[in-house]
Design a protein. Structure first.
Length: 244
């Protein structure tokens, strides 16, 4: 295992593993997640690997001062072991079921969406287009920024990425994209419209507060809950939206 800093509070953790090839029919299902448990307090958390390979997988983990599992992971040293369960399928996905997928991500909530983006783009038979709104604190706090830029440059007709940040830290550098929280205006301009019906889907992943604001809160048992927030106001239907 190794730990690679990504932003001031987010680290990529690489775990050694013996895994089946994700490209084969019997391989790992994508998108999928693992469950990490902190035995000291019997709390478990789900994390979505951003990369699977035969020899390792990578977790993108933000450190929360009140988060026992995230603090446990950040305390690990190379060579330490961590008990996990999975991978577990997060969302059943079939190519070409919809024409376009709109995605809204906040911070490390990009992980399952990035996993799915890579799956779609590496499949030449999958013609699904992807539009992503990605919200972060500042231009210095964008996990996977370079990776997303590379993918959108390589597949400009299939992947469009729009960034929005709460505050621009470097006024001397032109930003050129969004500022502030995800808004109805951003959704209308950058994601497939609600009127697209069954030809479009919207996926949302991020902090609980962001999910509630954008799409309505999930239930305590982690079920989807009623659609609310900006997406409901814009006319989207529950069957069009999935909250990670």
């Amino acid at each position: 295992m190794e730990a690679i800093p990504v932003t001031h509070d987010t680290t990529l953790f690489r775990f050694a593993a013996n895994l089946p090839d994700v490209e084969t029919p019997s391989g790992i299902i994508v998108p999928s997640h693992v469950v990490v448990k902190d035995d000291s307090c019997q709390i478990a958390r789900e994390y979505t690997p951003i990369t699977y390979s035969k020899t390792h997988f990578d977790l993108l983990v933000k450190k929360y001062e009140n988060g026992s599992v995230s603090k446990l992971i950040h305390s690990l040293e190379p060579g330490d072991k961590l008990e996990m369960r999975g991978p577990i399928e997060t969302l059943p996905y079939e190519p070409n079921v919809v024409e376009e997928i709109g995605m809204i991500a906040g911070g490390t909530g990009i992980s399952p969406l990035y996993q799915l983006i890579k799956r779609i783009l590496r499949d030449p038979s999958d013609k699904t287009r992807i539009s992503l709104i990605y919200a972060n604190r500042s231009e210095d706090d964008i996990p996977l920024h370079n990776e997303l830029q590379l993918l959108s440059s390589k597949h400009p007709d299939r992947l469009r990425v729009y960034h929005t940040i709460e505050k621009q830290r470097h006024q001397e550098r032109p930003w050129g994209q969004g500022t502030g929280y995800v808004s109805a205006k951003m959704i209308k301009e950058h994601l497939p419209a609600s009127e697209r019906g069954s030809s479009a889907a919207i996926l949302v992943c991020g902090p609980d507060g962001m999910i509630q604001y954008v799409a309505g809160a999930k239930e305590e048992n982690n079920s989807q809950g009623p659609l609310g927030g900006l997406l409901a106001k814009l006319g989207y239907q529950e069957r069009q939206v999935f909250k990670f």
